[in-house]
Design a protein around this ligand. Structure first.
Ligand code: FAD
Length: 515
């Protein structure tokens, strides 16, 4: 059996005894897996045994580096026949081991490997869409489409995430209120199902698979190609932050701004987000570097309500052609808001630099050794009707003044989410993302923050605030049933149809892999 063991296409012959995969799955798979770049190199196995969260450890037997959809299909087909788990790995930026293989005999399919062919991103100018290999990063998609003056419409805050990885969740950011999540902006997919079949799907063709896979947590198939909608790319961004000491006013303004979705561009902002500031250190921290060192913000000087401040973050895209009217449009929108008048912070930058803003922070943190640390993140969708209770109980209650990372908060319109997809959101027309994006530099902090996350979830449960986790993590069958609620029956039926042997994305721990 030949295994592609490094980047230079050097093949080595491995014996039966040293390859746990062969021992595990038997010789039947051998012809299927030649040439898919299968590796058992310790270095590679270690690389796929951790993720960004650094809270779990995987145990894969081998890593595949397929370059084509057919190669992905061959690996999955082999897994289907020999019954071993396979997990697509995009960029491994999950928090709770969602892209890991936890069973000793499984294979990680590295979608972002070096073996991708040259056609992995193709821009169709006339059709205003781009066809992308599922393992490509959004930053790569952006670079390719900008060559044609085009760009996708809906983003995540951070672009070093894979297309397949974010489409398996939703893909949200400040544009979601207007364009919907990334999963709303996909025309077509190529998917390898859990039976190893390569299927093209869209709203009109194999629609059940299409909707199942979007937000499907990798449970129904591996996305090898996505066709993503494009728009003319703006050149620059006016980026504005304003502060609130009153939560009700902050929410009222955020909700007003997202109610302008669908209005002509000049009558709305292009991006609406926000964050919560509960300690002095945070406001001038990595994600808030916007507040310049020469102009530091002091919470105490702003009369914060219960020691908490709220920052609304908005942007307006523009080009040379409409630069003249920009200021007027912004002022007319700002006039309707009720922020602290002295707290307007503005900057102006190229569109790419705005979209890629978190990467700058990553480089800063990396240089200080603060990136590859445990991240006990918690992301919740909170229904609008209970966001004030959440503020009282969590921001002004459970959280001490040591947050260990940014806390994002912004609302979205449910009507921009296609209810046929697998993702679940609260039952109300408007719901908020609240994201606790924390880093733990030592075991004690990790314990403290993990415990705080549990307290927040318990508070929501006890107060009957019907939150839904985004990037969900549960360990029991009952919790998953509760998470999916009305969609659980459909989720199971889709699983039976597209991955009947339950071999896909076992790291999500939704289904128990049974060899
Ligand atoms: P992985 O972690 O590799 O995989 C995630 C899941 O998807 C796994 O179950 C995996 O098996 C499955 N999967 C991966 N590729 C495929 C594929 N091709 N086909 C089918 N299934 C697949 N999310 C947002 O929505 N908005 C944000 O603004 C945002 N910001 C982030 C910032 C940072 C710094 C980080 C670390 C994460 C952020 N996320 C955000 C979360 C991110 O979208 C998810 O963690 C996503 O899963 C990461 O993509 P990935 O490519 O690393 O996926």
């Amino acid at each position: 059996m030949a295994f592609n063991n490094n980047n230079n296409n050097k093949y080595v012959l491995l014996t039966f005894a040293v390859c746990p995969l062969i021992v595990a799955v038997g010789l039947t798979v051998v012809p299927e897996l030649v040439d898919v770049g299968l590796s058992v190199e310790r270095r590679k196995l270690e690389a796929v045994s951790v993720d960004f969260g650094r809270l779990s450890k995987g145990e894969a037997a081998a890593v595949a580096h397929p370059g084509t959809a057919e190669e992905v299909a061959r690996v999955v087909k082999a897994a289907f026949e020999a019954r071993f788990p396979v997990s697509a790995r995009g960029h491994g930026h999950s928090i709770n081991g969602q892209a890991l293989i936890r069973e000793k005999k499984g294979v990680v399919i590295e979608m972002g490997g070096q073996n991708q062919n040259d056609n992995s991103i193709r821009v169709f100018e006339k059709g205003m869409y781009v066809d992308v290999w599922g393992g490509k990063l959004w930053i790569e998609v952006l670079s390719a489409t900008l060559e044609y003056g085009l760009a996708p419409m809906s983003w995540t805050d951070y672009l070093y995430l894979s297309v397949g990885g974010t489409l398996s969740n939703a893909g949200i950011s400040g544009q979601t209120f207007n364009h919907g999540p990334q999963i709303t902006n996909v025309y077509e997919l190529d998917v390898v199902t859990g039976k190893g079949e390569l299927v093209t799907c869209s709203e009109d063709r194999n629609a059940e698979l299409f909707h199942a896979v979007l937000g499907g947590l990798g449970q129904f198939g591996i996305i090898t190609r996505a066709r993503i909608a494009l728009e003319p790319a703006p050149q620059r961004v006016r980026w504005i932050r304003v502060l609130y000491s009153n939560f009700a006013r902050f929410c009222k303004d955020q909700e007003y701004l997202i109610s302008l979705h669908g209005k002509p561009e000049k009558e709305r902002f292009d991006y609406v987000e926000g964050f919560v500031i509960v300690d002095e250190g945070l406001i001038n921290n990595w994600r808030s570097s916007f507040f310049s060192a020469s102009n530091p913000v002091k919470i105490t000087s702003l009369n914060a309500d219960g020691g908490v401040l709220y920052c609304l973050e908005i942007t307006k895209n523009y080009n040379q052609a409409n630069a003249d009217s920009l200021e007027e449009e912004i002022q007319s929108l700002l006039k309707k808001l009720d922020f602290i008048p002295t707290s307007v912070f503005t900057t102006d930058l190229p569109y790419v630099d705005f979209l890629d803003r978190v990467h700058k922070a990553e480089l800063k943190l990396r240089s200080k050794g603060l990136w590859d640390v445990p991240h006990p993140w918690l992301n919740l969708f909170v229904p609008k009707s209970r966001i004030a209770d959440f503020d009282k109980g969590v921001f002004k209650g459970i959280l001490g003044n040591k947050t260990s990372g940014p806390i994002l908060i912004y609302p979205m319109n449910k009507n921009k989410w296609d209810q046929r997809s697998s993702v679940v959101t609260p039952e109300e027309d408007v719901f908020y993302l609240v994201a606790f994006l924390r880093s733990a530099l030592d075991t004690e902090t990790l314990e403290y923050l993990s415990n705080e996350n549990r307290q927040i979830l318990r508070f929501c449960h006890d107060s009957e605030i019907k939150v839904k986790q985004y990037l969900p993590h549960y360990t029991t069958h009952q919790e998953w049933m509760d998470h999916f609620g009305d969609k659980w029956t459909q989720f199971i039926a889709r699983k039976m149809q597209f991955d009947p042997r339950q071999i896909l994305a076992t790291g999500q721990q939704i289904f128990q892999f049974d060899p």
